[in-house]
Design a protein around this ligand. Structure first.
Ligand code: MN3
Length: 206
C-alpha cells in the first residue's frame, strides 16, 4: 500500500440528487479518484527521498523542484488526487444559495456582486475545451480572489494560487445524467455548493 489512500466523500453518494446522481458519484469516487490515488502512489515512489518527505501541497506548489521524469505524473495524479478531495468537500446536500462570511466580501470586491461572479464562473467553466476544472482561487500576490480555468488535472497550486471552490467538468463528472449538456450540469451544480467550506478555506488564507 502506498502513502496515499482514497479520501472519503463526506456524505452518501445519493446526497446530491437530483443535481448530481448517485451512480455518477460512485463511479467518480471509487474508480476515477481511486485511479488518481494509485497514480500518485506510483509517481511518489519514483521521487527522491528529499521530496518524498514533503507534503503533497508543497510539492504541487514547487513543481520545478520535481525531477522532470516524474513531473508530468505528479502534476496529473497529484493534482487529480487533491482536486477531487477539494471537490467532494466543496459540495453538500441542500447547499447552494449565497456565500456568507469574509469570502462573500472578497467575491463582491473582485466581481462586483455575487451574480456577476456566478455568471462569469459558469460561462468560463462551461467554455473549457476538453477536460478541466473551473476554480475560484485566492491569489496571495494580489490578496484578491479570482476565477481560474485549469486544464486536465493541473492544480491551481502549481501557479501559486489557493483553490477555494472547484468544479470538475471532465465528462466523467456529468455524462451519465447530462450527456453533452455541460451547461445544464454547471447550472445545477450551484445548488450543491458548500459555501461554509469555501469560506473556511478563504479564512485560512487571510
Ligand atoms: Mn473527476
Amino acid at each position: 500500500m502506498g502513502k496515499y489512500t482514497l479520501p472519503e466523500v463526506p456524505y452518501a453518494y445519493d446526497a446530491l440528487e437530483p443535481h448530481i446522481d448517485a451512480r455518477t458519484m460512485e463511479i467518480h469516487h471509487t474508480k476515477h479518484h481511486q485511479a488518481y490515488t494509485n497514480g500518485l502512489n506510483d509517481a511518489w515512489d519514483k521521487l527522491p527521498p528529499s521530496i518524498q518527505s514533503k507534503d503533497l501541497l508543497d510539492v504541487l506548489g514547487n513543481m520545478n523542484g520535481v525531477p522532470e521524469a516524474v513531473r508530468g505524473a505528479i502534476n496529473f495524479h497529484g493534482g487529480g488526487y487533491d482536486n477531487h478531495r477539494l471537490f467532494w468537500n466543496n459540495m453538500r446536500a441542500n447547499g447552494g444559495g449565497q456565500p456568507g462570511g469574509a469570502v462573500a466580501d472578497a467575491i463582491k470586491k473582485a466581481f462586483g456582486d455575487f451574480n456577476g461572479f456566478k455568471e462569469q464562473f459558469s460561462a468560463k467553466t462551461t467554455a473549457i475545451q476538453g477536460s478541466g476544472w473551473g476554480w475560484l482561487v485566492f491569489n496571495p500576490k494580489s490578496k484578491n480572489v479570482e476565477y481560474k480555468s485549469m486544464p486536465n488535472q493541473t492544480s491551481p497550486r502549481t501557479e501559486g494560487l489557493v483553490p477555494l471552490l472547484g468544479l470538475d467538468v471532465w465528462e466523467h463528472a456529468y455524462y451519465l445524467k447530462y450527456q453533452n449538456k455541460r451547461a445544464d450540469y454547471v447550472t445545477a451544480w450551484w445548488n450543491v455548493v458548500n459555501w461554509d467550506e469555501v469560506d473556511k478555506r478563504y479564512s485560512k488564507t487571510i
